[in-house]
Structures are given as structure tokens and as C-alpha cells.
Design a protein around this ligand. Structure first.
Ligand code: PLP
Length: 425
């Protein structure tokens, strides 16, 4: 399936039924799996044999959907998690622990910012946040001997900055650490970060991948390109015996699958955060139309952004598809065929006017969500980013008047009419 084009993988990737098996990925809603002998079960525990024994560690429905996303991103291994937050947490703490340091782009989702700046700090992991347009020299000066990874979002939520993936990947590799990229907003339909040097990709599958806002989920995909053994002293968890798992050395036993295998055997074992097979089934169904939906999301958003740009009641519009947008040039490089359906803009009159506008919308609903089939709006400064002070808000590219409009796949003329009547009010 990996030789097929992205659109075909969306529909058929990850699952190839054998003769007489169900055509659709079955929902294996079972916590456990039966074996004839204790020996067989023991071999599974020792990782001598591959097979299912407990859904927290592996489940056929979850695996089929993870495989599809892995193929879409062009990776070697992937694991589903119960949320996007869990995906980013796992991606980081799989290779960083107390006493370590991470570098992150400052323009990231508020929840991920909080995770890195505060929760991981409480775990003993220090962080340095850098502006997306930081110079190469300055970026390189931020690395410390204990830096274990660099983190960024392809298209940041909600400020919509395009990550210069090559710049961040080159700096990371020069200092012997991987680049982790959260690719939630463009999805692999519009950007495949591995092609630009990223080593690990994460997603909140809650968003476009699921597409219908019916289940929270996440995924971590490994490109298999980062050579952990070259920097063995930095990543002992992958390159030396894991005494909590029969002394296995992940890089020796699993090669390019080392990172995801360790995530399964250590983090899923100890922290849980596996999605229910039912939720993974919904995700799999959503992925079958991802290519069609992303095209429509982008086309609708571009038409609305062009409309807003000319509207007298709108003070500014941020959408990388607009020719005069500050991100246009980077978008032409990394997102030449489209970006996503999310637009940020400011309503004349600031915070109060923004709230009035949102309350007057009829089709677009106010929800704490983005990136599904239905158009929705959010005021980040008073919701998703409310834990940030003004300085942190500014660094994350969130102004008090910023309205985040997540354009769905409805008829664009109906959406524009709704926006116009709300702006009038
Ligand atoms: N990453 C990005 C870019 C997001 O936008 C979000 C949520 O909005 C997350 C991660 C967290 O994902 P979840 O809500 O599925 O935990």
C-alpha cells in the first residue's frame, strides 16, 4: 500500500483483509485475547512473538488505523493514543526525562505550551521557547548538552505560523537531536514533514483526521530516520538494556521500530492512554474521506479569507493562502497545494466586538474545537489560551481580538452570508 498515492491510502491503507474476512476494519472491542498455552502467552510478553494479548498494548482495530496514518505520513511505525495531548506527551517523554531540556517553537497550541512549559517542568524537564522566525545562529545558541529534542507545529494553532521545518530540522540534526512536528492542521494531505527532515510526527486526530468531531484521539508516527545509536549516550532508554522489559535493547531488537516499540512497552504499559477500538473505528472511517474534505476545507477558507480581507469591519486576516499574508512564502514552500480550513482574524472594535460577532453567528457555532466538517468559531484569549499571560499570548501570536474561524465543508455562500450578517451586528 505504501507505493500507492495519498488519496488511495486514505481509502484503502492500513488494512488488507484476507479471503472471507470483513471488508471494513472490524471493531475488536475486546480487552483481551485467548491462547492455547501459557508458553505462547509468555513468548508474547517476552516480545519473542508478535501477537495480541491486552488492548492497552495492542489491538487489531487500533493497529489497522495506526498503519493507515503511518502510510499517509510515510513513516515506519505509528501508535494511536487516547488524545492529541497524550501523543505529544508520549512523543517527548519517550526520549526526555528529569534533568533534560527541550527546545520548542513558541507558536504552538496552548495545551501543548502548558504541557511543555509547566507540566514537563514539574517532571524536571526544562524548556526554551523560540520565535518561529529566529535566525539559524540564534537557534543554534539555544542548544545545551542536555537538549533531547526540538518541537514545533507545521501550522500553529491558532496563530497559523508556518514552521520552517528545514531550518528547525537542520539545527536539531546538527546538535544530534530529533525534530518532532505536530502536523494536526495541514494533515499529510497538504504536508508530509518527514520529506522536509522532521523525524517524528504527532497529530491530534480529534481534528481533521476524524473530521466529524465524534472522538478525541492522537497518533505518534516515527520516520525511522533518526539514528539513536549514533547518539547512544543521549538516548540510553533506546540503546541500552531495558531492565523493566527483560533487558531488551530496543535499537538492537527492533531497528527502525525502536522508538515506537519503547513507547508501547514502557509508556502505554505504565501510563495507559490507549484509544478505545470504537473510537479508532470512527477515526478510520474519517480518514477514508480526508483527501476530499481537506480540499474543500481549504477552498472554502480561501474564499472566506479573501472576502474578510476586503470587509470594512475586519481589521486584519491571517491565512497563509492569501498572497499578502506574512506566511505566504513559507506556505508556498511547505504547503503548495493548500493548508487547512482555519482562519484567524480581528474584528474592528477589539475584544468586545469579536465576542458580539461570534454571538451573532447562526451557522457557525461557538465550540472548543477546530477542524471538523461543521464551521465553528472560538475566541482563544478567553478559552484555549486563557492560562497564558499577555506576554505569553503575544509570543504565541494570539491577540485579544483574535477570532479563530474553523471553516467547514458546507456551501461557502451560506457561510459568507452568515459571516456578513454577524459582522453587520
Ligand atoms: N495539537 C494541536 C495542534 C491541537 O490543535 C490540539 C488541540 O486542539 C492538540 C494538539 C491536543 O489534542 P487533543 O485535544 O486531541 O488532546
Amino acid at each position: 500500500m505504501t507505493n500507492f498515492n495519498t488519496n488511495t491510502i486514505c481509502v484503502q491503507g492500513g488494512y488488507e483483509p484476507k479471503n472471507g474476512e470483513s471488508r471494513v476494519v472490524p471493531i475488536v472491542q475486546s480487552t483481551t485475547f485467548k491462547y492455547e498455552s501459557s508458553q505462547q502467552m509468555g513468548d508474547l510478553f517476552d516480545l519473542k512473538e508478535a501477537g495480541y494479548f491486552y488492548t492497552r498494548l495492542a489491538n487489531p482495530t487500533n493497529d489497522a488505523v495506526a498503519r493507515k496514518i503511518c502510510q499517509l505520513e510515510g513513516g515506519v511505525a505509528a501508535i494511536l493514543t487516547s488524545s492529541g495531548q497524550a501523543a505529544n506527551l508520549f512523543a517527548i517523554i519517550n526520549i526526555a526525562g528529569a534533568g533534560d531540556h527541550v527546545i520548542s517553537c513558541s507558536t504552538i497550541y496552548g495545551g501543548t505550551y502548558n504541557l511543555i512549559a509547566n507540566t514537563l517542568k514539574n517532571f524536571g524537564i526544562e524548556s526554551t521557547f523560540v520565535e518561529p522566525d529566529i535566525s539559524v545562529e540564534e537557534l543554534e545558541s539555544k542548544f545545551q548538552p542536555n537538549t533531547k529534542l526540538v518541537f514545533g507545529e507545521t501550522l500553529s494553532n491558532p496563530s497559523l505560523n508556518v514552521l520552517d521545518i528545514e531550518k528547525f530540522a537542520n539545527a536539531a540534526h546538527k546538535h544530534g537531536v530529533p525534530l518532532i512536528v505536530d502536523n494536526t492542521f495541514p494533515t499529510p494531505i497538504f504536508c508530509k514533514p518527514f520529506e522536509w527532515g522532521a523525524d517524528i510526527v504527532t497529530h491530534s486526530t480529534t481534528k481533521y483526521m476524524n473530521g466529524s468531531a465524534n472522538s478525541v484521539g492522537g497518533v505518534v508516527v516515527d520516520s525511522g530516520n533518526f539514528d539513536w545509536t549514533k547518539y547512544s549516550e543521549k538516548y540510553p532508554g533506546l540503546t541500552t538494556p531495558d531492565e523493566t522489559y527483560h533487558g531488551v535493547v530496543y535499537t538492537e531488537s527492533f531497528g527502525k521500530g525502536a522508538y515506537i516499540t519503547k513507547m508501547t512497552t514502557n509508556l502505554m504499559r505504565d501510563l495507559g492512554s490507549i484509544p478505545s477500538p470504537q473510537n479508532s473505528f470512527y477515526l478510520g472511517i474519517g480518514l477514508e474521506t480526508l483527501h476530499l474534505r481537506m480540499e474543500r476545507h481549504f477552498a472554502n477558507a480561501l474564499a472566506i479569507a479573501r472576502h474578510l480581507e476586503k470587509h470594512p469591519k475586519v481589521s486584519w486576516v491571517s491565512f497563509s493562502g492569501l498572497e499578502n499574508d506574512s506566511q505566504y512564502e513559507l506556505a508556498q514552500k511547505y504547503l503548495p497545494n493548500g493548508s487547512c480550513g482555519v482562519i484567524s482574524f480581528g474584528v474592528e472594535g477589539g475584544r468586545e466586538a469579536a465576542v458580539k460577532f461570534m454571538d451573532s453567528l447562526k451557522l457557525a457555532s461557538i465550540v472548543t474545537h477546530v477542524a471538523d466538517a461543521r464551521t465553528c468559531v472560538l475566541h482563544p484569549a478567553s478559552t484555549t489560551h486563557r492560562q497564558m499571560n499577555d506576554e505569553e499570548l503575544a509570543a504565541a501570536g494570539v491577540s485579544p481580538d483574535l477570532v479563530r474561524l474553523s471553516v467547514g465543508i458546507e456551501d461557502v455562500n451560506d457561510l459568507i452570508a452568515d459571516i456578513d450578517q454577524a459582522l453587520e451586528k
